[in-house]
Design a protein around this ligand. Structure first.
Ligand SMILES: [Zn+2]
Length: 295
């Protein structure tokens, strides 16, 4: 976004021509390319200062700028080829699209060079009617966007040179894509870690088992040790989501839920009673000392 010309020169909007000139001279000395040749930031600032002065020192251009802003200033007032502004667009992604990354096509409302006047802003000596003399027109265009694997809600992907076209043939600004990732019915995500809950049978809990569990990228085998209990969490390393900033992948945390059999018939009830006799259990024996508030 282009800064306000008055702010660039550090003067108030009612500043007279002398004040504008003095402010420009002081800043131009300070940011002169002669003494800041290797400083890219200073050089960019110098260009900004020069542009602001070109407009504010010209009474006609300044009056236009005061009324309409920098967008309407035609040739003569502004150097051709000013960079366009950044365009913004939002995208909703499925969980599966952030697992491996995806290519999406987005409809972007952005300024593009006016075809009627060849981005010149004028035709046959008069202002171009199609673009009102700006050299650019607002259009809806399809842009191909690569979504990197691992993005989360609230991420911003910047595509250089895909934003609004600058007036009079200026280069495009950037396109900033804001992401929102839809919830998944099974996987819950915390950054690059993924959590899920997997049911096992009471027999698998008692005897241990190798079970297949879904992962964001496919499937993995989880080894449940004998005597596993409900609520126990197992970590599968590297089975989460790719990390955006650095190499590697997060982990998948699987919480076990033990499903108790229901609707036992007479025969199975009898078998369970036999088991009870084989393995008598007193799980609440240690609670006896708390009776009546004892400790
Ligand atoms: Zn035009």
């Amino acid at each position: 976004m282009r800064r306000d010309y008055y702010a660039v020169l550090g003067v108030v909007s009612t500043a007279g021509p002398r004040e504008v000139r003095h402010a420009y001279q002081r800043l131009a000395r300070q940011y002169s390319p002669d003494i800041n040749f290797w400083d890219a930031q200073a050089r960019a600032l110098f260009e900004e200062i020069a542009e602001a002065y070109r407009v504010l020192s010209d009474p006609a251009a300044r009056a236009m700028y005061d009324r309409f802003g920098a967008g309407v200033l035609g040739d003569g007032a502004l150097p051709a080829g000013r960079r366009g502004e950044d365009a913004h667009v939002a995208v909703e992604l499925d969980f599966s699209q952030v697992v491996r990354g995806a290519r999406v096509q987005l409809d972007v409302q952005r300024f593009s060079p006016c075809g009627a006047c060849g981005a010149l802003g004028q035709a046959g000596g008069a202002r171009c009617a199609a673009c009102a003399g700006r050299g650019v027109r607002q259009q809806r265009e399809r842009v191909d966007v690569a979504i990197p694997a691992g993005v989360d809600t609230g991420a911003q992907i910047r595509l250089a040179g895909e934003g609004h076209a600058g007036p009079f043939g200026g280069p495009r600004g950037d396109l900033v894509v804001s992401t929102r990732v839809r919830e998944h019915p099974f996987f819950r995500r915390k950054g690059e870690s993924v959590h899920c809950e997997v049911p096992i049978s009471v027999w698998e809990a008692l005897l241990g088992a190798r079970i297949r569990v879904p992962t964001p990228a496919g499937e993995a085998v989880l080894v449940v040790p004998p005597g596993a209990t409900g609520g126990q969490v197992f970590r599968l390393r590297g089975q989460g989501l790719p990390r955006l900033a650095d190499e590697g992948t997060g982990d998948l945390y699987v919480t076990i839920r033990v499903e108790m059999p229901t609707g036992l018939d007479a025969r199975t009830q009898d078998l369970v009673r036999q088991l009870e006799r084989l393995m008598p259990a007193e799980p609440r024996a240690a609670l006896a000392r708390f009776r009546g508030g004892g400790a």
